[in-house]
Design a protein around this ligand. Structure first.
Ligand code: DNO
Length: 343
């Protein structure tokens, strides 16, 4: 396994120097942020990230994310063009030495929470989700915005997008995913890249939009669409673990060889479709972190790992979920878990 850390580029208050000082850190997880989703990334921008990372003794082998344009997910008239752009990005990243690309196939919204600063008794705060709160907001009428919403859409664009998805439903989304994979995976194979789809977070449909990367049955179906090591998974414990129907230890064991990227974080389930993010160790939440890592190691996992969302502790303010302190503690904990279980 290789321990990595997400870096949001030059504007990220968590600098490369700080990242490089975390024990056992091998590289960063980053992306080109100067282009809109669907566009081809310039080789200069890709190389610039690599150079900056290397200047701090860090590798740049993982990209999160190359976003999938909504037209691709919708199978719209411009899907073909955007898929070609996507393939070009895969080629360019491969040439720059990238080995793994994380992406998702969630309609309209990426990860979604109802609260950004859920207060804990010890004075820290974290992201939290409560289905009742989410359901009480209708994105078509509400003026509110939830974390995970793409703020680049106007209200009207958002509305027409949501209506288009309502027409296509789950099966058509699978079909569109299949068209995408059949075009992109052969290019990834050639480029020496493992594609790693991120599960839907939370792993169930919201606002009547279809979500399909959610559970064991669907992950099996996904992996069969193109049965290649290059068609892999991001195993995000906090995303899949939000559904109590998902047995993460079993899933880790079954999918280990196809997991290219591992996002480790713990959540505490506080009710039906209600959870908050907590510190990484097993005892802090509802997920068996040690059991998950053991299942992965016993079944041939060999991929990249990063600590996922941290709480805001020690008075830190920053990008929600992506402060330095708690993610660094998470990295140290995860390194210890692997060390203990591998030896
Ligand atoms: C949230 C992240 C996701 C992830 C994308 C991958 O913190 O895990 O936003 O990067 O879903 O495409």
């Amino acid at each position: 396994m290789k321990m990595t850390f997400r870096w949001y580029g030059d504007n990220d208050p968590v600098t490369l120097e700080k990242i490089s000082q975390i024990p056992m850190m091998t590289g960063i997880v980053s992306a080109v942020y100067d282009k809109a989703p669907g566009q081809v990334w310039s080789c200069e921008s890709i190389e610039a990230i690599k150079k900056k990372a290397e200047a701090h003794g860090l590798e740049f082998e993982v990209v999160e994310s190359v976003p999938v344009h909504e037209e691709i997910k919708l199978g719209g008239p411009k899907a073909k063009e955007y898929i070609e752009n996507y393939c070009e990005n895969v080629r360019r990243l491969g040439k720059a030495g990238v080995k793994c690309i994380c992406y998702n196939f969630m309609p309209v919204f990426d990860w979604l929470r109802s609260e950004l600063e859920h207060q804990h008794p010890d004075g820290c705060n974290s992201l939290a989700y409560d289905e009742q709160t989410v359901l009480s907001m209708d994105p078509l009428t509400s003026e509110l915005s939830l974390p995970g919403w793409d703020e680049s859409y106007s209200k009207d664009e958002l509305k027409s997008l949501i209506l288009r998805y309502k027409e296509i439903g789950e099966e058509q989304l699978w079909e569109n995913l299949s068209v995408f994979l059949k075009a992109v995976i052969p290019v990834a194979e050639e480029a020496g890249i493992r594609m790693a789809i991120h599960p839907d977070d939370p792993p169930w449909g919201i606002f009547g939009l279809p979500r399909i990367i959610t559970n064991t049955t669907n992950l099996r179906r996904f992996l069969k669409i193109v049965d290649s090591p290059a068609n892999g998974l991001t195993f995000c414990t906090g995303s899949l673990g939000a559904s109590t129907d998902n047995d993460l230890v079993k899933m880790a064991a079954e999918f280990a060889p196809r997991i290219a990227f591992l996002h480790l974080r713990n959540i505490k389930i506080t009710g039906y479709r209600q959870f908050m993010e907590v510190g990484h160790p097993t005892e802090c939440g509802s997920l068996d972190m040690k059991g998950i890592v053991r299942a992965l190691l016993d079944n041939g996992f060999d991929g990249y790992v990063r600590p996922d969302h941290g709480r805001m502790i020690w008075g830190e303010k920053g990008r929600y979920g992506y402060g330095l302190f708690d993610r660094a503690l998470g990295a140290a904990y995860i390194t210890g878990l692997f060390e203990g279980l591998e030896k």
